[in-house]
Each structure stands twice: as structure tokens, then as C-alpha cells.
Design a binder for this molecule. Structure first.
Ligand code: PAF
Length: 282
């Protein structure tokens, strides 16, 4: 597997694959790869001849007091995992390669509505940073298909919308969340958790499932379900950020009687912010 750090080298690789008629998949990541990311690479391999994974800890999607500097950077281990997964090319640019004139001078992509609630409300500017870098990666690689994790449910909705709205001829594929045996969703940020916190962290998925069962049983008392889950998370040691029941497509607050629902949740354990979600069709 080759690793390249410049857009020029990336494009030369893409050109050579295209000239041989190869179908290309892109897996955008921020590195520190775990089984969840490797599942994306495997799905990408099923959908295309050649998989390109990007690793870029995108400064534009981090708030001023967030974990940009602390975010784990493990390039050598990531390269080994990608090689074993059959990835063809790793694109690992520097911030200067992606934003040569700095963030202040960078054209940005804002995706209305789906970006606005949940993580968009708690992390102002986050989805603009995600949408901008994903748009740039789409233009750099021009893949046939791009693969993302469903753990970041709102992010996936933002990316689907920008792909449609900006007329990218790219199939955007979501891959189900990979979980620990405890139910905890695999995440690079799990590395911030102490052993005790890791045990506590399984409460997040547990409460999603409890809430999901109420919805599947036909309850439309969304406020009560959210309040109960928020209290249970607080009792389990979390500082809940939000626990919202939304329409799975629009991400607007769910209305009684709706059949496609998603519960989106974010909560802090200590200083670590975890997110997870559960979809229910009823
Ligand atoms: O999900 C991530 O790792 C990032 O938000 C993404 C999509 C690679 C954009 O930086």
C-alpha cells in the first residue's frame, strides 16, 4: 500500500487507476483507525476495485476548546491496518496541503437544516468544517462511491445532502456501527476513557435501546422517553448533552405517528464526549 501526502500525488494515482477503467471508493477518516474504520474499508472494497482512505485531522471541524491537539495521531499503526485490509492508497495530507492559505481564507460549505440541531447546536461550525473538507476530498479524488460510518448519523445526513445539493455523482454509503461487546460504539475518542469510564460508557447504548423499545412498542411520548433516558444517563455518571428523537430523514423533532425514527444522543463522561444513535422503524 502506498501513502501519499500531496494532492498532486493523489491525483496522479487516481488518473492511473481511471485510465485502467477502475472503479474508485473513498473512505475519509481522521485516523487512529479501529474496527469501525476497517469495516468501512471492507465495505468500500466490496463496492469498488480500488480503495483510497484519507487520514486528515481536520482543524476546521474542531471548536476552539475541543480536542484538536489531543486527537490521537497513529499513522504507522494505521498504515499497517490499512495494508492488512487491502486498502490501495492512503492519502495523509498536512493541514498546509489542504488549507494552504489558512482557515480564515478558505471557501466553506454550509449545509442548512440537517446541520442545525443536535451536534450542530452543541458544536457550532462543526458541520461546516466536515462539509467543507468532505467536499474538497470529493473534488480531489472524484470517487465513484464514498463510505462513512452510521455512528456519526447526523454527519452522514449532512454529507448525503451536500452530495445531492452539489450534484456530486458519488454514491454515499453508510455502514452500521461496530460495537464493543458491552455495546459501546467503537470510536477513536474511547481511547480517552479510563477503565472505569469504559464500563460506565455502555450505559449510553443501553439507554438508547430502552428508549428504542418504547418507540417500537408505539409510544409517542417523546419528551417522557428523553427525560427518562437523560436522568438514567446522569445516574450512570454521564453529563448528558442531548437525547433527541427525530425523523430519520429530516432530523427534525419527531411527530406522533411517524414510522422512521432515530434517537440521537451525546453525553460527556468526564471530559470525553461520546455520541451514539439508534434507528427504529415502526
Ligand atoms: O468522521 C470523520 O472521521 C470526519 O468527520 C470526516 C468525515 C473524515 C471529515 O473530517
Amino acid at each position: 500500500m502506498r501513502t501519499v501526502h500531496t494532492i498532486k500525488e493523489l491525483r496522479a494515482f487516481v488518473r492511473s487507476q481511471r485510465s485502467r477503467g477502475k472503479r474508485i471508493a473513498l473512505v475519509p477518516t481522521m485516523g487512529n483507525l479501529h474496527e469501525g474504520h476497517i469495516a468501512l474499508v471492507h465495505e468500500a472494497s466490496n463496492l469498488a476495485d480500488v480503495v483510497i482512505t484519507s487520514i486528515f485531522v481536520n482543524p476546521m471541524q474542531f471548536g476552539a476548546h475541543e480536542d484538536l491537539d489531543a486527537y490521537p495521531r497513529t499513522l504507522a499503526e494505521d498504515q499497517d491496518k490499512l495494508q492488512a485490509a487491502g486498502n490501495a492508497l492512503l492519502f495523509a495530507p498536512t493541514a498546509n496541503e489542504v488549507y494552504p492559505h489558512g482557515l480564515g481564507d478558505q471557501t466553506r460549505v454550509a449545509v442548512p437544516n440537517v446541520s442545525e440541531g443536535q451536534c450542530g447546536a452543541s458544536r457550532p461550525g462543526h458541520f461546516e468544517g466536515v462539509a467543507t473538507v468532505v467536499t474538497m476530498l470529493f473534488n480531489m479524488v472524484q470517487p465513484d462511491v464514498a463510505v462513512f460510518g452510521e455512528k456519526d448519523f447526523q454527519q452522514l445526513a449532512v454529507i448525503r445532502k451536500l452530495t445531492t445539493d452539489l450534484c456530486f455523482p458519488i454514491d454515499v454509503i453508510g455502514v452500521p456501527t461496530v460495537r464493543e461487546d458491552s455495546g459501546l460504539a467503537k470510536s477513536s475518542r474511547n481511547g480517552y476513557l479510563s477503565n472505569d469510564q469504559r464500563q460506565q460508557a455502555s450505559a449510553l447504548y443501553r439507554e438508547l435501546k430502552v428508549a428504542g423499545e418504547s418507540l417500537a412498542a408505539g409510544s409517542d411520548d417523546f419528551a417522557h422517553i428523553s427525560e427518562r433516558a437523560t436522568a438514567a444517563l446522569a445516574a450512570a455518571g454521564f453529563r448528558p448533552d442531548y437525547f433527541n428523537i427525530v425523523n430519520s430523514l429530516t432530523l427534525k423533532p419527531a411527530s406522533p405517528g411517524e414510522s422512521e425514527l432515530t434517537i440521537l444522543a451525546a453525553a460527556f463522561l468526564g471530559t470525553t464526549r461520546l455520541i451514539d444513535n439508534l434507528s427504529v422503524t415502526r
